[in-house]
Design a binder for this molecule. Structure first.
Ligand code: FMN
Length: 202
């Protein structure tokens, strides 16, 4: 599918058919996430793939939204806090891959760079979430490309989810992404006009 079509046709789907998704699609979706851009190539996204009926049943106790667990597949996107501590390695990899050629970043000492960009806990959390959000959008667009419906869901109990799926402390569940064949064909949702989102053209 053309990118433009994927962007225009994507909708948040809240009604799914029971039909299973081909296994290969699951890896195509995750691979789309893997290729997302991230600050200093942080890649803080990690996923729990919920696809058995038993696991989906368990998940239903963690969200007040029944449509989430009517989907045959739910990806739980988690933030890996360890990723933040590996920024130095990521910057070094980028330097070695030539990403920063002809920029001041090419010769910057990666340890010094990381020291200079320290953040308080709240800022670091927002930073990690922002990066994971990009991977999620890649998944939503890839789902559309594969003829699947999806929805980005943040209404769930983190505590219950961590307990139910034995999620280690280094991971924080960030979003749920139910995915399946759509059982509805929503019209485009309201959007602001271009005039409303352009502050100035200078
Ligand atoms: C960060 C984020 C969180 C969202 N959380 C939820 C949610 O918890 N439940 C839900 O039904 N939809 C959720 N959505 C979907 C939005 O409601 C939806 O994207 C918006 O209404 C526009 O509709 P569209 O996606 O069909 O274009 C979320 C979307 C985003 C980007």
């Amino acid at each position: 599918m053309e990118l433009n079509d994927a962007i225009r046709l994507r909708r948040s789907i809240r009604k799914f058919k029971k039909d299973p998704i081909p296994e290969s699609y699951i890896y195509e979706l995750l691979d789309a996430a893997r290729l997302a851009p991230s600050a200093t190539n942080l890649q803080p996204w990690r996923f729990i793939v919920v696809k058995t009926e038993e696991a989906i049943q368990k998940l239903s106790k963690c969200t007040p939204l029944p449509f989430v667990t009517q989907a045959p597949l739910v990806l739980i996107c988690c933030i890996d806090h360890e990723a933040f501590n590996e920024r130095g390695i990521r910057v070094q990899e980028l330097q070695e891959s030539g990403a920063f050629v002809d920029t001041p970043l090419d010769n910057t000492d990666s340890t010094k760079y990381i020291k200079q960009s320290q953040m308080d806990e709240d800022t670091a959390k927002a930073y990690m979430n922002m990066n994971a959000a990009i991977a999620i959008e890649h998944i939503l667009l890839k789902a559309t490309d594969l003829g699947l419906g999806s929805c980005w869901v943040m209404m769930f109990s983190q505590r219950k989810l961590k307990q139910t799926f034995n999620i280690e402390d280094r991971y924080t569940p960030f979003s749920l992404i139910p995915i399946g064949y759509a059982d509805q064909q929503p019209i485009q949702r309201p959007r602001l006009s271009l005039e409303e989102i352009i502050i100035h053209e200078v």
